[in-house]
Design a protein around this ligand. Structure first.
Ligand SMILES: [Zn+2]
Length: 289
């Protein structure tokens, strides 16, 4: 692999259009959960598969986290999008089935949560293929949304997503509004619903024996979330949450998330929508003939 370091926009997508949100709402909230389970620990470090305590951080998803998150969404009357690696769907089918049964959206999150690597194109494509197969065979789902495991992407993968019927991505960090990707050959790619590190619970709420990190509580997190949401709302953007049941399904985190979501749900000027709903709105509003 040689690297093209010539100066150019490394994301060739045109600017995001200004779109009106439905029913006069001022901004959108996209609640996304990544149901990594053990893949968060074994996908990029296979040796961890023999470390039962390390992987038990991810095992929390199936034993506790998913059910508690579904309970919270039910309590607040909200629908979310769950990005599920194929491995999780196969290893924890029974824990994932209630996500489908309660009407939430299921989206693609790789197979073993391997970070997409342009130097391993076949592996990256295999992650897409096996993820699609697992969601179909275990949950009966053909997803239209994709969030890159470990949040990475590259031109050939964007093109492959399009080829595989994945119509939106939620991984890039370069905007506050949805926009459509432009593939390397100029064809349109998936719609991006961009994310924001400020709303990734992994940054604040998980620590492990091999990667000890400080934990942050309510007094640190709620001001960050409230302020970033307030600004995004004022600018008419989409607040995209990157949450993990193994983080936000923990007792303290669950309470913080409940209070944040309840504050937004109580407003009448925010459109709370799944990725599929945002995609449909984007396509209808900006690309309708
Ligand atoms: Zn993930």
């Amino acid at each position: 692999m040689t690297y093209d370091l010539n100066p150019r926009p490394l994301n060739p997508a045109p600017p995001a259009p200004v779109i009106d949100w439905p029913n006069g709402k001022k901004s959108a909230l996209f609640i996304g959960f990544d149901v990594d389970a053990e893949t968060a620990w074994i996908g990029n470090n296979h040796a961890n598969v023999d470390r039962m305590v390390t992987t038990s951080l991810g095992g929390y998803d199936a034993r506790v986290g998913i059910a508690k998150i579904l309970e919270l969404l039910e309590e607040l009357g909200l629908k979310a999008t769950f990005f599920i690696p194929g491995w999780t769907a196969e290893a924890h089918t029974a824990s994932c089935e209630p996500i489908v049964a309660t009407g939430h959206e299921i989206a693609h999150h790789g197979y073993l949560h391997k970070c997409p690597d342009r130097n391993k194109l076949e592996e990256a494509k295999e992650e897409i293929d096996r993820g699609l197969e697992a969601l179909q065979s275990r949950l009966g789902i053909t997803p239209i949304g994709y969030r890159a495991p470990s949040g990475e992407n590259f031109p050939e993968l964007l093109a492959y997503l399009t080829e595989c019927g994945l119509r939106y991505s939620s991984s890039f960090r370069d905007d506050i509004r949805p926009y459509r990707h432009r593939l390397a050959d100029g064809r349109p790619g998936p719609v991006e619903i961009p994310v924001n590190y400020a709303f990734d619970d992994w940054n604040f709420g998980i620590t492990s024996r091999l990667d000890g990190r400080p934990l942050f509580g309510r007094d640190a997190i709620l001001p960050i979330w409230r302020e970033e949401f307030a600004g995004t709302h004022e600018w008419g953007g989409v607040t995209t949450l990157v949450l993990h049941p193994q983080v936000s399904g923990r007792p303290m985190r669950w309470r913080i998330l409940r209070d944040f979501l309840a504050e937004i749900a109580a407003r009448d000027d925010v459109w709370i929508a799944t990725g599929a709903e945002i995609l449909a709105h984007y396509e209808a509003g900006t690309e309708a003939a």
